[in-house]
Design a protein around this ligand. Structure first.
Ligand code: PHE
Length: 443
């Protein structure tokens, strides 16, 4: 069966850009980025994060899309195909398999955060936050988290929504979300930013996010920044490889990937710039952790004319962004199961969605499982997957094959990229790993 029939292809390059942006832009940008910036002291962390995006994330993203488009199947089978074509060791296929596992681990805690967001859509619409101060909103968030039955119900709903799209086939299910909702989400973030500039403590937010002392950096925060660069770009676990496989043959990988990387980074920075002025204005601790978004934004919306309307719309859009990310967490595994021919798409999706659902229930009842899966994936599995991808494409694939697939034969970009992919990205990832391990165990 052709790829077209089995998984579908994006109808043109723009749909790939939108779908890949849909995967990249999600809770990582709007929920996680601001709170880890807060926990890691601001500017120095942001700087390291931006460097990681430019020197590690984007170069590896190019490599990952390339592998997908060359292999034109699920990540596992794309790797199998390329390993054979380039006559390399079969062990590299593990990149694909580890990615499937990482995707399920991420889905488990991701879905729980998405269910808090779903809860907030309803709370906003009901006007729950009208007139509340930060302390009261914080209590409310605590109560939402503690309400296991409701969260379990919303988590089930979120998993079902994902199963629906993936069962239909992402190339069919995602177009609409990506085309209309991404631009709307961006517009909403700009409205929030406008409000934050007008009413919040914008000067302090700017200086918090962009001025830095090197002494603020610890090896832990450097590893967090690196891990987040992978997480936010959906790298290192095959999501972008799977999407690359559905990319039309001649579309330029270089420009496309750069655009996705820039859009993703912009959304994260704007989210931070919209949230921190409100955080400082209302006396919320910048380092208050995963609740930061859930406490700061209701305060902003409650002070805004039409706040309940904008608040509902905002959380609904964040929910959609989370949705278009979460589908890419199971797509690699589903595509693989379908290719084995032992499952059809619906069965494969229900099976993997079911595993994510169970994992989510685990995270709901155990905060330590939630934290463990978060750290395991962001700080370990994704960077390790990315490191292997960089080494494989940089050192083990024939140059000619790579240049040909990139459409970069004789192009100066090819030389620059190859240099970064061979010497800069893997060395940085390895160095950060070693440093973090050293500090954990020997200090
Ligand atoms: N990039 C997504 C986000 O920022 C999360 C994600 C990670 C999605 C890995 C797919 C793969 O929310």
């Amino acid at each position: 069966m052709s790829l077209q029939k089995m998984h579908g292809v994006w109808s043109n390059r723009w749909i790939f850009v939108l779908a890949a942006t849909g995967s990249a832009v999600g809770l990582g940008n709007i929920w996680k980025f601001p709170y880890i910036v807060g926990e890691n002291g601001g500017g120095a962390f942001v700087l390291v994060y931006l460097l990681c995006i430019a020197l590690v994330g984007i170069p590896i993203m190019l490599a990952e899309v390339l592998l997908g488009r060359r292999g034109r199947q699920s990540p596992v089978n794309s790797m199998r195909y390329i390993v054979k074509e380039a006559n390399q060791h079969k062990g590299w296929i593990l990149i694909g398999i580890a990615g499937v596992v990482a995707g399920l681990c991420i889905l488990s805690f991701y879905s729980i955060v998405a269910s808090w967001i779903l809860h907030y859509v309803v709370s906003m619409a009901k006007g729950t936050f009208d007139g509340l101060q930060a302390v009261q909103v914080s209590d409310y968030f605590g109560a939402v988290r503690g309400n296991h039955w409701v969260v379990a119900g919303l988590h089930t709903l979120f998993i079902l929504m994902n199963v629906g799209v993936v069962a239909l086939g992402v190339t069919r299910g995602l177009g609409l979300v990506a085309r209309i909702l991404m631009p709307l989400l961006f517009a909403m973030l700009l409205i929030l930013l406008g409000y934050a500039i007008a009413k919040g403590d914008f000067a302090q937010a700017l200086s918090f996010m962009f001025s830095f002392k090197l002494s603020d950096l610890t090896s832990d925060s450097i590893l967090t920044a690196l891990g987040h660069a992978f997480f936010t770009l959906s790298l290192g676990m095959g999501a972008i490889m799977a999407y690359g496989a559905y990319m039309p043959g001649k579309a330029s990988i270089g420009q496309t990937v750069l655009l996705v990387g820039v859009l993703d980074t912009l959304v994260a920075l704007v989210a931070g710039l919209a949230i921190f002025p409100i955080v400082f204005m209302s006396g919320i601790e910048a380092s208050s952790g995963p609740g930061l978004l859930f406490v700061s934004l209701p305060v902003a919306f409650s002070g805004m004319t039409g706040g309940a309307f904008f608040g509902t719309l905002f959380f609904a859009l964040v929910m959609l962004a989370a949705w278009s990310s979460a589908v890419s967490l199971i797509e690699p595994g589903v595509a693989w199961l379908v290719e084995t021919k032992r499952f059809n798409r619906v069965q494969a999706t229900v099976l993997l969605g079911g595993i994510g659902w169970l994992g989510g229930l685990g995270c709901l009842y155990s905060d330590s499982l939630f934290d463990f899966l978060d750290v395991l994936t962001s700080q370990f599995l994704l960077p390790l997957g990315g490191l292997c991808i960089a080494v494989f494409v940089g050192w083990f694939l024939p140059r000619k094959l790579v240049a040909n697939e990139m459409n970069w034969e004789g192009h100066p970009m090819m030389e620059i990229w190859m240099f970064v992919l061979r010497y800069v990205s893997p060395v940085l990832v390895a160095l950060i790993f070693v440093m973090a391990i050293f500090n954990k165990f020997f200090k």
